[in-house]
Design a binder for this molecule. Structure first.
Ligand code: B3K
Ligand code: ZN
Length: 880
């Protein structure tokens, strides 16, 4: 049974399922090449569909891909061939009665499944990934999220797989007559097939327990291969924090007696929220101080929380169809972001999220794959697990939170969970719950779900000294996106404050408020403030209160002033970013005009003040000192000139490094405290700033600075410090020494998958070291595996997505290389191929020369033969 040809699916065509499945009983007889799957389905006509469709019984459609059908029986009788028809993508059955039971037997080959969707093997262990449409690679089934069923799963496997897991509670276990193990799991909560999971392997586990707010004890288990058992503690602690947080902040308690997490090495994304049995990419769950960086510790905390939070926002209340994906993803990203903000530094978390949004989501919004948070159509749903659905979706939820306020938002979420528990619903249902719980009107606000593109707000202000009046005029527009020429004004919450000449916050109203939210609903609107005794400096879009590009003509001095005085920490950082962006944009202009580049004095002055202020949160200072990435700069301008971006950025960083060397050194030394590793916010902040200083110091290629890096590397205290030192040595030190250090690092860590991934990524993304030749060598390295997405992401992704310098080599070799890899990967794993092609999709934004090169690389992919639906959609939309 092959997959169907790529076809466009439309939201407007949604119809309720013709049939429901009340119970699903599955039996798996595991074998790498010949796994037998028996399913027993209790099916009935959906009363909703029957009401609208008259009395006749339409055929039953069961999705199925890459399955061998062995038998199919209805109510105990084998079905004659004329009752069913195998078609591309599934099976159509003639139905003769409104309720019946089907028994279907299929055969699958997990070992040959390199798509990592459905049932597959990772290092010899069986695991599954069913979201969005992977269950159809396991058995014939109505594989759509609005069909919710109670699942019972029996797994039979040889004794070398002692751990046999599925969703829910273990209800039976034993041995078969021929000595194989048999375990049965039952999940009492009805769920869609995308939340099904199965794991079988020779695994070890750590166990803990959590007592819920109503006093129920929940067993927590984290399963890994034996070699990783020492890396589970951080995830377990994070899980318990997340469980408590969801009780306190949302009133949500866990509902089963057991919650399991399994770590697997071969995984297409970060993790999956299968009911009661989360499956994680091992890089997103396993950590120890020696092997994982601070960034990894924080990523694990947030992903563990994200998947756990899905138990309510996604599992108990799920999506009606995949157009509603942001209903669970946007909401859950918002929940995990707030959790991380509560656990760590709120401002820093916000800065990280906004940076991602501005760099990558804005790019998506402006490119050929631009789509609304609730898309109108798709060809391959896997392509829609995007930054728009996730991050912009989370911004929409955040704006609702801002517009209604925290208490009202909680009333809305309570009503949403209560009203829709056990149901598959829509984004509209979420908004209606928010409105109904509060008597609010979000009519215009809804446009955020249906309108693609990043709105631009232009701001002008006017001060009338005589009347002591200050007014802000805001104009909004959203650029056209593919298929959406006309855009309507959105309801945009713009948080602001006003600063006086002494840096103090001005009072904005008679209640004494010093910040407020402007509700921009028209194309152009003026907001006036009374009793303002001096011309203020506005602090606009505080906390990034809406996912927009805001333009206001700040001078360099004003930005430096905001950097020091804005009461909003996010906007202090943002002022610094604006200053850096302005500086880098002038430098790019100078480079293009063949002029001598000006020393970036304003930035140097601003950074000098920052480095000498030991009161400021070091994490915030580190963020401020980091110049916008090349990718972000690419997104800012109208046309991408890769060489100019690299030259401007390198020049600015060098100039800063040389001018402020003594300050970087002093700060480095003050922060270089030798104490046992802890992943606390304070310690992470300290290491973050220390390693930022180290990178600047090494940029000067000064011997003493490189010696500091070497000492830090050799002290070997934790992976954060070791990898930062190694990166600095590789980037800025002599090549021979870098080669030797990399070699010894590899020898030390070659048994550790996660560290080897770090080692790959550090080289492929290095501006100086990660040449195409080096990347090819890495791909030939024995530790590289084309079938392992983490390795591919580290080497090929590191080069194409994080190595702006080498990837955009003027001869176009980077683009051709990527095209080759994408073509090869599409045969193995279409989802990964489709992700990797992203850097080529924005070819129109590059200068003519590069645009031509990228276009021909894309064209070559397009002409390379039959593409997967995933890759076909990306490439055809990019070339259109
Ligand atoms: N829901 C999964 C993502 C599934 C991606 C399928 N291609 C992980 C998450 O967002 O929590
Ligand atoms: Zn999610």
């Amino acid at each position: 049974m092959k997959d169907a040809k790529p076809q466009t699916v439309y939201l407007n065509d949604y119809q309720a399922p013709e049939y429901l499945v009340d119970r699903t009983e599955l039996t798996f007889d595991l074998d790498p090449q010949s796994t037998l799957v028996k399913s027993h389905l209790k099916i009935r006509r959906n009363p909703v569909a029957a009401d609208s469709g008259g009395r006749s019984l339409p055929p039953l459609w069961l999705d199925g891909v890459d399955l061998e059908l062995l038998s199919i029986a209805e109510d105990g009788e084998l079905l004659p061939a004329q009752r069913y028809q195998e078609e591309p993508g599934g099976l159509s059955l003639t139905v003769t009665k409104p309720e019946f039971e089907l028994e279907i037997q299929t055969r699958i080959a997990p070992e040959s499944n390199t798509s990592l969707e459905g049932l597959y093997l990772s290092n010899g262990m069986y695991c599954t990934q069913c979201e969005a449409e992977g269950f159809r690679k396991i058995t014939f089934y109505p594989d759509r999220p609005d069909v919710m069923s109670v699942f019972t799963t029996t797994i039979v496997a040889p004794a070398k797989y002692p751990v046999l897991l599925s969703n829910g509670n273990k209800v039976d276990s034993g041995t078969t007559d021929d000595g194989r193990l048999r375990v049965t799991w039952e999940d009492p909560f009805a769920k869609p097939s995308y939340l099904f999971a199965l794991v079988a392997g020779d695994l070890q586990y750590v166990e803990d327990s959590f007592t819920t707010s109503t006093g129920r004890a929940v067993t927590l288990q984290l399963f890994t291969e034996a070699r990783n058992i020492g890396k589970c503690e951080h995830a377990m602690v994070s899980l318990k924090h997340a469980m408590r947080w969801d009780e306190v902040v949302y009133g949500r308690e866990y509902d089963l007696d057991i919650f399991m997490i399994v770590a697997v090495d071969h995984f297409n994304m970060g993790a999956m929220e299968n009911k009661g049995l989360n499956i994680f990419n091992s890089a997103c769950v396993l950590a120890s101080p020696e092997t994982a960086t601070d960034a990894a510790f924080q990523r694990i905390e947030s992903i563990v929380a994200h998947e756990y939070f899905h138990n309510w926002s996604g599992n108990r209340v799920t999506c009606r169809d995949w157009f509603q994906l942001s209903l669970k993803e946007g909401f859950t990203v918002f929940r995990d972001a707030e959790f991380s903000a509560d656990m760590n530094s709120r401002a820093v978390k916000r800065i990280e999220d906004v940076t991602l949004l501005r760099t990558a989501q804005f790019a998506e919004d402006a490119g050929p794959m631009s789509h609304p948070v609730r898309p109108d159509s798709y060809m391959e749903i896997s392509n829609f697990y995007t930054l728009t659905i996730y991050e912009k979706g989370a911004e929409i939820v955040r704006m609702i939170h801002t517009i209604l306020g925290a208490d009202a938002f909680r009333r809305g979420s309570d009503l949403y969970f209560q009203r829709h528990d056990g149901c598959a619903v829509t984004c509209e249902d979420f908004v209606v719950a928010m409105e109904d719980a509060n008597g609010a009107d979000l009519k215009q606000f809804r446009r955020w779900y249906s309108q693609a593109g990043t709105p631009i707000i232009e701001v002008e202000d006017e001060y009338d000294a005589e009347r002591a009046q200050y007014s802000l005029t805001l104009r909004q527009r959203t650029p056209a996106t593919p298929g959406q020429e006309e855009k309507l004004p959105l309801h945009i919450p713009v948080a602001i404050g006003l600063l006086g000449a002494d840096g103090k916050a001005l009072v904005l109203d008679k209640f004494g408020s010093t910040d407020t939210v402007l509700h921009l609903t028209e194309e152009s609107q003026t907001f006036t403030f009374q009793d303002i005794d001096e011309r203020p400096l506005p602090s606009l879009l505080r906390g990034f209160s809406a996912p927009v590009k805001l333009r206001y003509g700040y001078t360099g001095e004003q930005l430096q002033f905001l950097m020091q005085h804005d009461a909003d920490a996010f906007n202090r950082w943002d002022a610094c970013q604006r200053l850096a962006l302005n500086t880098l944009s002038s430098l790019q202009g100078q480079y293009r005009a063949g002029e001598t580049l000006d020393t970036p004095s304003a930035l140097i002055d601003g950074f000098s003040v920052l480095l000498q202020n030991s009161e400021l949160d070091p994490a915030l200072v580190a963020k401020m000192l980091a110049l916008p990435s090349a990718q972000e700069l690419a997104e800012q301008g109208d046309e991408i000139d890769a060489a100019a971006i690299v030259a401007a950025r390198d020049f600015a960083r060098q100039s800063i490094a040389v001018a402020l060397k003594p300050l970087f050194l002093a700060r480095y030394q003050a922060l270089d405290q030798r104490k046992p590793y802890r992943p606390t916010a304070d310690d992470i902040a300290r290491r973050g700033l220390k390693n930022t200083c180290l990178a600047y110091l090494c940029m000067t290629q000064d011997q003493d600075a490189l010696a500091l890096a070497r000492t830090q590397f050799e002290r070997d205290e934790n992976m954060t410090d070791v990898s930062a030192a190694l990166a600095a040595m590789v980037e800025y030190g002599p090549k021979d020494a870098a080669e030797q250090t990399l070699e010894s690092f590899y020898r030390q860590w070659q048994q550790d998958t996660q560290v080897v991934e770090t080692w790959f990524g550090l080289q492929s993304s290095s501006a100086g070291f990660g040449t195409l030749d080096r990347v090819r060598e890495l791909m030939a390295h024995p530790a590289f595996e084309m079938k392992n997405p983490n390795k591919v992401r580290a080497v090929v992704g590191g080069f194409a997505m994080r190595n702006f310098n080498q990837f955009h080599h003027e001869d176009g070799s980077g683009y051709e290389f990527l095209a080759d890899q994408v073509i090869a990967l599409d045969k193995l794993n279409p989802q990964i191929a489709s992700r990797l092609v992203t850097p080529l999709t924005r070819w129109k934004k590059y200068r003519k020369h590069e645009a031509g090169q990228i276009h021909s690389a894309l064209k070559r992919i397009s002409d390379s033969g039959e593409l997967s639906a995933d890759l076909y959609e990306m490439v055809s939309k990019s070339l259109a």
